[in-house]
Ligand binder design. Structure first.
Ligand code: FES
Length: 203
């Protein structure tokens, strides 16, 4: 016959309880995570929005080069020098031709800076070296070398940017678009030099 020792066997330990996350704590964590994501998104959006003003690109004052280097580029470009970052073309302009002061404060240093965008519906207007005019491939608007309207549906000459000469550099201010001159403006008297690159658009 077995004799009881009086010691009861140890009962098995209950499993450890998993830490419980209260509903309130969960919601607070989720809210903070959402807020963090929103702040990060806003920061990224702000940097993107301000980026043009943090770099030397469109929307800023751009150092386009010295008069000598620009003249060399204009010669190499058969009559114009393109600045893709600034979205403008530089063309020669003798301010003595501006007898009415139409381009006072716009032209400078012997140059004019033309916005590349057609004033009709916004296509980029390429240079036509044979005609020595700007000829829009979209609907045939044409402008003379200094961007004054000659033909086509555009309502005025090409828009442009102000130029200043600073420290021997030609600086183009692309932060403000200056509305192009009205139809009929013809400061240089420059007529067609040769065959068109684009047909149509006659008006
Ligand atoms: S966009 Fe240039 S003529 Fe229409």
């Amino acid at each position: 016959m077995a004799i009881s020792s009086g010691v009861r066997p140890a009962s098995p330990r209950p499993p450890a309880k998993k830490p419980q996350v209260s509903r309130r704590s969960f919601l607070r964590t989720a809210w903070l995570a959402g807020l963090g994501a929103a702040v990060a998104g806003f920061g990224a959006g702000s940097v993107y929005f301000l980026w043009p003003n943090l770099t030397e690109g469109f929307g800023t004052k751009i150092q386009a080069g010295t008069p000598d280097s620009i003249n060399a580029d204009i010669e190499a470009g058969d009559g114009q020098a393109y600045n893709p970052d600034g979205r403008f073309y530089l063309v020669p302009f003798d301010e003595a031709d501006d007898t009415d002061g139409l381009y006072a404060g716009v032209a400078g240093g012997g140059f004019m800076a033309l916005y590349q965008r057609c004033v009709h519906l916004g296509c980029r207007v390429p240079w036509c070296a044979t005609a020595q005019w700007w000829e829009c491939p979209c609907h045939g608007s044409k402008y003379n070398q200094v961007g004054e309207w000659k033909e086509g549906p555009a309502s005025r000459g090409l828009d442009r940017f102000a130029i200043e000469v600073s420290g021997g550099q030609i600086v183009v201010d692309t932060s403000k678009v200056i509305t192009g001159p009205p139809r009929g403006t013809n400061t240089t008297g420059q007529e067609l030099d040769g065959p068109h690159c684009v047909g149509g658009g006659g008006e």
